[in-house]
Design a protein around this ligand. Structure first.
Ligand code: UT7
Length: 336
């Protein structure tokens, strides 16, 4: 029987502490005006001392499971996309698995920086299509505040902490795209599901955005370094490319998309992508002003917000896209 994956529920968590641009300007040579004008960021959430990536991930996962109406004991895979794991090993996902009370299944991390959630979603979708799992929790969780150089104004103002999660469930039947209206046996899930995912990377650009430490190289954790202007240039080109690749693969045009849920790095990148797609900016879910760049967590955080406030409705066509260090980039098209 052909399988496909449905996103059954979502959830997210943001640490309590909010740091405004004005507060940052007290310790680093920057201003609210510069940050808002160049990035659209007004504030970010920062994890409390002793609050780890796995703690944020667990809260997001619990909320996603509650929203999906699925019990943790029925989950057979936990995938955490993160660049800021609690420890070098074991995978943060194993801690989340344990804290969810699961004793079965498999748990592992995925590392593709800001594209991590899309990579993890793609792996999960293929696990379900391949019959290796029935219910998967996919989480994007980060404590980027722990790898920032708080004296480097070119990076420290850009990022925040948070987590978001979705619950994927296997459904019988082919891709909804190839079954207009779905088939009778799909019941409530008629027509829903992940239509396609697309992944890319180009390691020749790895020096544009990286961390200057690591277990094998310096035996330190290191700090984020970025050639911002170059990353910006690649982002606009790569994101427009991946959107067109995704739409072409499904025989769709930009006008068919109900919602774009993009990785949230810079409001100017979101505006540029919307312009290129000739998509009204109102159709793009924007959280960068309040969350800043939460790396792998940004898409599931934005998705959860738009689902819970009723913007994303059953049957909507939702396109998620991201680009991050590596460089990596990717997309996922979902019939909600
Ligand atoms: O999530 C992964 C993907 N990441 C991205 O997509 C990020 C892409 N890049 C960007 O979003 C933008 O390039 C930045 C927001 C990082 C920077 O914006 P920009 O318009 O490219 O600014 P810039 O780097 O060209 O810097 C312009 C000026 C410089 O001063 P001079 O050389 O013109 O005197 C910087 O030193 O702004 C200065 N500057 C700042 N000033 C105040 C850089 N950071 C700051 C700051 N506050 N925080």
């Amino acid at each position: 029987m052909t399988k496909r994956s449905i996103i059954l529920g979502c959830g997210s968590y943001l640490p309590e502490r909010i740091v405004s641009n004005a507060e940052l300007a007290e310790t680093v040579d920057t201003s609210d005006e510069w940050i808002v004008e160049r990035t659209g960021i007004k504030q970010r959430h920062i994890a409390a001392e002793g609050q780890y990536t796995s703690d944020l991930a667990l809260k997001a996962a619990e909320r996603a499971l509650a929203h999906a109406g699925v019990d943790a004991k029925d989950i057979d895979m936990v995938i955490v996309a993160t660049t800021t794991p609690d420890n070098t090993f074991p995978a943060t996902a194993t801690k989340v698995q344990h804290n969810l009370g699961m004793v079965n299944g498999a748990a592992f991390d995925v590392q593709a920086v800001c594209s991590g959630f899309i990579y993890a979603l793609s792996i999960a979708d293929n696990m379900i299509k391949g019959g290796q799992a029935e219910n998967i929790v996919v989480i994007g969780a980060e404590t980027f505040s722990r790898i920032l150089d708080w004296e480097d104004r070119t990076t420290c103002v850009l990022f925040g902490d948070g987590a978001g999660a979705v619950v994927l469930q296997a459904a019988n039947g082919a891709d909804p795209a190839s079954q207009p209206g779905g088939s009778a046996d799909l019941g409530d899930n008629r027509g829903r599901g992940i239509l396609s995912t697309h992944l890319h990377s180009d390691g020749s650009t790895r020096d544009l955005l990286y961390v200057d430490g690591g277990p094998s190289s310096t035996q330190t954790v290191g700090h984020v370094r970025m050639v911002g202007k170059e990353v910006f240039r690649h982002a606009v080109t790569n994101l427009a490319g991946i959107v067109h690749e995704t739409l072409d693969a499904n025989g769709l045009s930009p006008a068919d998309i109900d919602w774009v849920v993009p990785h949230q790095a810079n409001k100017r990148i979101l505006d540029g992508t919307a312009r290129k797609l000739k998509l009204p900016i109102e159709r793009m879910v924007v959280t960068v002003d309040r969350h800043a760049n939460t790396s792998a967590a940004s898409i599931p955080l934005a998705l959860d917000e738009a689902v819970k406030d009723g913007r994303i409705q059953r049957g909507d066509l939702v396109l998620m896209e991201a680009m991050g260090g590596g460089l990596t980039w990717g997309s996922a098209l979902v019939r909600w």
